[in-house]
Design a protein. Structure first.
Length: 299
Protein backbone atom coordinates (compact mmCIF):
# COMPACT_ATOMS: atom_id res chain seq x y z
CA UNK A 1 0.00 0.00 0.00
CA UNK A 2 1.24 3.47 -0.85
CA UNK A 3 2.34 5.33 2.25
CA UNK A 4 0.51 8.57 2.93
CA UNK A 5 2.84 11.39 3.96
CA UNK A 6 2.08 14.89 5.14
CA UNK A 7 5.06 17.12 4.29
CA UNK A 8 5.27 20.51 6.01
CA UNK A 9 7.93 23.01 4.92
CA UNK A 10 9.02 23.40 1.29
CA UNK A 11 12.23 25.37 1.56
CA UNK A 12 15.52 24.72 -0.23
CA UNK A 13 15.58 21.17 1.14
CA UNK A 14 11.92 20.36 1.68
CA UNK A 15 10.80 21.20 -1.85
CA UNK A 16 13.12 18.76 -3.68
CA UNK A 17 12.76 16.07 -1.02
CA UNK A 18 8.96 16.11 -1.06
CA UNK A 19 9.11 16.07 -4.87
CA UNK A 20 11.34 13.00 -4.82
CA UNK A 21 8.97 11.23 -2.42
CA UNK A 22 6.04 11.90 -4.74
CA UNK A 23 8.01 10.66 -7.75
CA UNK A 24 8.92 7.46 -5.91
CA UNK A 25 5.39 6.37 -5.16
CA UNK A 26 4.43 8.02 -1.88
CA UNK A 27 1.09 9.82 -1.67
CA UNK A 28 2.31 13.21 -0.50
CA UNK A 29 0.21 16.04 0.92
CA UNK A 30 2.24 19.26 1.15
CA UNK A 31 1.86 22.46 3.12
CA UNK A 32 3.91 25.65 3.03
CA UNK A 33 3.10 29.32 3.52
CA UNK A 34 4.32 29.86 -0.07
CA UNK A 35 1.55 28.62 -2.37
CA UNK A 36 3.84 28.63 -5.42
CA UNK A 37 6.09 26.05 -3.81
CA UNK A 38 3.12 23.78 -3.16
CA UNK A 39 2.14 24.14 -6.81
CA UNK A 40 5.51 22.72 -7.89
CA UNK A 41 4.98 19.49 -5.95
CA UNK A 42 1.30 19.36 -6.89
CA UNK A 43 2.36 19.38 -10.54
CA UNK A 44 3.94 15.98 -9.82
CA UNK A 45 0.69 14.64 -8.38
CA UNK A 46 0.90 15.69 -4.73
CA UNK A 47 -2.08 17.11 -2.84
CA UNK A 48 -2.02 20.69 -1.56
CA UNK A 49 -3.18 21.26 2.01
CA UNK A 50 -4.70 24.50 3.23
CA UNK A 51 -3.16 24.32 6.70
CA UNK A 52 -0.81 22.44 9.01
CA UNK A 53 -3.86 20.70 10.45
CA UNK A 54 -5.03 19.49 7.04
CA UNK A 55 -1.55 18.23 6.14
CA UNK A 56 -1.40 16.31 9.44
CA UNK A 57 -4.69 14.41 9.24
CA UNK A 58 -5.04 11.01 7.62
CA UNK A 59 -1.30 10.45 7.16
CA UNK A 60 0.92 7.50 8.03
CA UNK A 61 3.90 9.81 8.53
CA UNK A 62 4.04 13.58 9.01
CA UNK A 63 7.37 15.19 8.08
CA UNK A 64 8.47 18.68 9.10
CA UNK A 65 11.39 20.61 7.55
CA UNK A 66 11.45 24.08 9.10
CA UNK A 67 14.02 26.85 9.63
CA UNK A 68 14.47 27.02 13.41
CA UNK A 69 13.42 25.73 16.82
CA UNK A 70 10.60 28.23 17.28
CA UNK A 71 9.06 27.27 13.94
CA UNK A 72 9.11 23.55 14.73
CA UNK A 73 7.58 24.07 18.17
CA UNK A 74 4.88 26.36 16.80
CA UNK A 75 3.97 23.98 13.97
CA UNK A 76 4.08 20.80 16.06
CA UNK A 77 2.90 21.97 19.47
CA UNK A 78 0.62 24.86 18.49
CA UNK A 79 -3.11 24.92 19.20
CA UNK A 80 -3.95 23.81 15.65
CA UNK A 81 -0.61 22.14 14.99
CA UNK A 82 0.55 18.66 14.09
CA UNK A 83 0.01 16.99 17.46
CA UNK A 84 -3.50 18.40 17.76
CA UNK A 85 -4.46 16.79 14.44
CA UNK A 86 -2.23 13.78 13.73
CA UNK A 87 -3.97 10.40 13.64
CA UNK A 88 -3.48 7.82 16.37
CA UNK A 89 -0.81 5.38 15.26
CA UNK A 90 0.87 7.86 12.90
CA UNK A 91 4.50 8.96 13.23
CA UNK A 92 6.09 12.42 13.27
CA UNK A 93 9.56 12.83 11.73
CA UNK A 94 11.35 16.18 12.02
CA UNK A 95 14.16 16.83 9.53
CA UNK A 96 14.91 20.36 10.77
CA UNK A 97 18.17 21.58 12.28
CA UNK A 98 17.15 22.87 15.71
CA UNK A 99 18.26 23.11 19.32
CA UNK A 100 18.52 19.58 20.74
CA UNK A 101 16.51 20.70 23.76
CA UNK A 102 13.75 21.75 21.37
CA UNK A 103 13.86 18.28 19.85
CA UNK A 104 13.60 16.83 23.34
CA UNK A 105 10.51 18.93 24.05
CA UNK A 106 8.84 17.78 20.84
CA UNK A 107 9.78 14.15 21.55
CA UNK A 108 8.33 14.39 25.07
CA UNK A 109 5.08 15.91 23.77
CA UNK A 110 4.79 13.12 21.19
CA UNK A 111 5.43 10.47 23.85
CA UNK A 112 2.76 11.98 26.11
CA UNK A 113 0.25 11.63 23.28
CA UNK A 114 1.40 8.17 22.23
CA UNK A 115 2.76 9.35 18.88
CA UNK A 116 6.03 7.87 17.60
CA UNK A 117 8.77 10.44 16.96
CA UNK A 118 11.96 10.42 14.89
CA UNK A 119 14.47 13.24 14.43
CA UNK A 120 16.49 12.96 11.21
CA UNK A 121 18.31 16.21 10.36
CA UNK A 122 19.60 16.50 6.81
CA UNK A 123 23.22 16.39 5.72
CA UNK A 124 24.72 17.56 2.42
CA UNK A 125 23.57 20.42 0.19
CA UNK A 126 20.45 21.49 -1.66
CA UNK A 127 22.02 20.23 -4.89
CA UNK A 128 22.17 16.76 -3.31
CA UNK A 129 18.53 17.01 -2.16
CA UNK A 130 17.51 17.78 -5.73
CA UNK A 131 19.21 14.60 -6.93
CA UNK A 132 17.82 12.48 -4.10
CA UNK A 133 21.27 12.12 -2.55
CA UNK A 134 20.73 13.57 0.91
CA UNK A 135 22.26 12.17 4.09
CA UNK A 136 20.27 11.75 7.30
CA UNK A 137 21.39 11.66 10.94
CA UNK A 138 18.68 9.67 12.67
CA UNK A 139 17.58 9.53 16.28
CA UNK A 140 14.91 6.83 16.66
CA UNK A 141 13.72 3.73 18.42
CA UNK A 142 14.33 0.60 16.34
CA UNK A 143 10.67 -0.02 15.48
CA UNK A 144 10.17 3.61 14.46
CA UNK A 145 13.29 3.63 12.30
CA UNK A 146 11.89 0.66 10.37
CA UNK A 147 8.77 2.71 9.64
CA UNK A 148 10.63 5.75 8.27
CA UNK A 149 13.51 4.01 6.47
CA UNK A 150 11.64 3.71 3.12
CA UNK A 151 10.82 7.44 3.24
CA UNK A 152 14.44 8.34 3.98
CA UNK A 153 15.62 6.14 1.13
CA UNK A 154 13.24 7.96 -1.21
CA UNK A 155 14.92 11.26 -0.32
CA UNK A 156 18.55 10.26 0.11
CA UNK A 157 21.29 7.70 -0.22
CA UNK A 158 22.97 7.66 3.19
CA UNK A 159 21.47 7.05 6.63
CA UNK A 160 23.34 7.11 9.93
CA UNK A 161 21.71 5.83 13.10
CA UNK A 162 22.90 8.18 15.83
CA UNK A 163 20.98 6.74 18.78
CA UNK A 164 17.66 7.35 20.50
CA UNK A 165 15.35 10.29 19.66
CA UNK A 166 17.27 13.55 20.09
CA UNK A 167 20.63 12.13 19.04
CA UNK A 168 20.10 13.07 15.40
CA UNK A 169 19.73 16.73 16.38
CA UNK A 170 22.82 16.56 18.55
CA UNK A 171 24.87 15.04 15.72
CA UNK A 172 23.66 17.74 13.30
CA UNK A 173 24.81 20.52 15.64
CA UNK A 174 28.31 19.00 15.71
CA UNK A 175 28.32 18.38 11.95
CA UNK A 176 27.34 21.94 11.09
CA UNK A 177 29.71 23.43 13.64
CA UNK A 178 32.57 21.63 11.90
CA UNK A 179 31.57 22.44 8.31
CA UNK A 180 30.65 26.09 8.93
CA UNK A 181 33.83 26.83 10.87
CA UNK A 182 35.82 25.14 8.10
CA UNK A 183 34.07 27.21 5.43
CA UNK A 184 35.34 30.41 7.03
CA UNK A 185 38.95 29.12 7.12
CA UNK A 186 38.61 28.20 3.43
CA UNK A 187 37.20 31.62 2.54
CA UNK A 188 40.07 33.39 4.28
CA UNK A 189 42.64 31.07 2.67
CA UNK A 190 41.34 31.78 -0.83
CA UNK A 191 41.11 35.52 -0.12
CA UNK A 192 44.73 35.56 1.09
CA UNK A 193 45.92 33.47 -1.85
CA UNK A 194 44.16 35.84 -4.26
CA UNK A 195 45.74 38.83 -2.50
CA UNK A 196 49.16 37.17 -2.93
CA UNK A 197 48.56 36.78 -6.67
CA UNK A 198 47.83 33.05 -6.84
CA UNK A 199 45.43 31.79 -9.50
CA UNK A 200 42.24 30.21 -8.13
CA UNK A 201 42.73 27.05 -10.22
CA UNK A 202 46.20 26.63 -8.74
CA UNK A 203 44.86 27.02 -5.19
CA UNK A 204 42.10 24.52 -5.97
CA UNK A 205 44.37 21.89 -7.53
CA UNK A 206 47.16 22.03 -4.95
CA UNK A 207 44.86 21.95 -1.90
CA UNK A 208 42.89 19.18 -3.61
CA UNK A 209 46.07 17.07 -3.67
CA UNK A 210 47.06 17.59 -0.04
CA UNK A 211 45.40 17.00 3.32
CA UNK A 212 43.95 20.52 3.03
CA UNK A 213 41.31 19.02 0.74
CA UNK A 214 37.78 19.52 2.09
CA UNK A 215 34.18 19.65 0.98
CA UNK A 216 33.73 23.36 1.60
CA UNK A 217 36.21 24.32 -1.12
CA UNK A 218 36.20 21.28 -3.41
CA UNK A 219 32.46 20.52 -3.37
CA UNK A 220 30.53 23.56 -2.13
CA UNK A 221 32.42 26.57 -3.45
CA UNK A 222 33.27 25.12 -6.85
CA UNK A 223 29.57 24.50 -7.42
CA UNK A 224 28.32 27.81 -5.98
CA UNK A 225 30.25 31.02 -5.31
CA UNK A 226 33.20 30.23 -7.59
CA UNK A 227 30.67 29.96 -10.43
CA UNK A 228 29.19 33.31 -9.40
CA UNK A 229 26.12 31.65 -7.90
CA UNK A 230 25.27 32.85 -4.38
CA UNK A 231 21.56 32.06 -4.48
CA UNK A 232 20.71 29.84 -1.50
CA UNK A 233 21.25 26.94 -0.96
CA UNK A 234 21.74 27.50 2.67
CA UNK A 235 21.77 31.13 3.73
CA UNK A 236 24.38 32.84 5.87
CA UNK A 237 21.50 33.76 8.18
CA UNK A 238 20.62 30.09 8.73
CA UNK A 239 24.31 29.20 9.04
CA UNK A 240 24.64 31.77 11.84
CA UNK A 241 21.64 30.16 13.53
CA UNK A 242 23.27 26.74 13.35
CA UNK A 243 26.58 28.03 14.71
CA UNK A 244 24.65 29.69 17.53
CA UNK A 245 23.17 26.29 18.44
CA UNK A 246 26.71 24.92 18.77
CA UNK A 247 27.96 27.91 20.77
CA UNK A 248 24.99 27.68 23.14
CA UNK A 249 25.56 23.95 23.63
CA UNK A 250 29.23 24.61 24.34
CA UNK A 251 28.40 27.30 26.90
CA UNK A 252 25.89 25.06 28.67
CA UNK A 253 28.46 22.29 28.90
CA UNK A 254 31.46 24.47 29.80
CA UNK A 255 33.32 23.73 26.57
CA UNK A 256 35.56 26.39 25.05
CA UNK A 257 35.41 26.78 21.26
CA UNK A 258 37.88 29.57 20.39
CA UNK A 259 38.01 28.88 16.63
CA UNK A 260 34.26 28.40 16.57
CA UNK A 261 33.75 31.68 18.41
CA UNK A 262 35.76 33.50 15.75
CA UNK A 263 33.78 31.86 12.92
CA UNK A 264 30.51 32.67 14.72
CA UNK A 265 31.54 36.33 14.92
CA UNK A 266 32.35 36.43 11.19
CA UNK A 267 28.98 34.94 10.26
CA UNK A 268 27.36 37.48 12.57
CA UNK A 269 29.12 40.32 10.78
CA UNK A 270 28.23 38.95 7.34
CA UNK A 271 24.53 38.61 8.19
CA UNK A 272 24.35 42.23 9.35
CA UNK A 273 24.30 43.39 5.73
CA UNK A 274 23.46 42.23 2.23
CA UNK A 275 25.06 38.81 2.72
CA UNK A 276 22.39 37.54 5.14
CA UNK A 277 20.21 35.97 2.45
CA UNK A 278 23.04 34.78 0.20
CA UNK A 279 24.33 31.21 0.10
CA UNK A 280 26.86 30.61 2.84
CA UNK A 281 29.53 29.96 0.20
CA UNK A 282 29.37 33.77 -0.25
CA UNK A 283 31.63 33.93 2.80
CA UNK A 284 34.33 33.91 0.12
CA UNK A 285 33.01 37.13 -1.41
CA UNK A 286 32.75 38.64 2.09
CA UNK A 287 36.35 37.65 2.89
CA UNK A 288 37.60 39.04 -0.43
CA UNK A 289 35.70 42.29 0.15
CA UNK A 290 37.40 42.63 3.53
CA UNK A 291 40.78 41.82 1.94
CA UNK A 292 40.27 44.40 -0.80
CA UNK A 293 40.50 41.93 -3.71
CA UNK A 294 38.09 40.92 -6.44
CA UNK A 295 36.47 37.55 -5.63
CA UNK A 296 37.95 34.83 -7.89
CA UNK A 297 35.79 32.75 -10.20
CA UNK A 298 36.29 29.40 -11.91
CA UNK A 299 34.84 28.27 -15.25
Amino acid sequence: MTKKVGFIGLGAMGLPMSSNMQRKGFAVTVYDIDDAKMDKVAALGATKAGSVAEASRGQDIVITVLPATQHVEAVVLGEDGVLANIDDGALLMDLSTIDAKGTDRVAAACKAKGIAFVDAPIGRLALHAEKGESLFMVGAEDEDFARVEPALNAMGTTIYRCGKPGMGSRMKVINNFMLLSTSQIVAESIALGTKLGLDIQTIHDVTGGTTARNGQFHVLMVNKVLKGDVEPGFTIDLAFKDLTLAMNAAAENRVGLPMGSAAHAVFGGARAGDYATKDYSALLDYACHNAGVEPPRMD
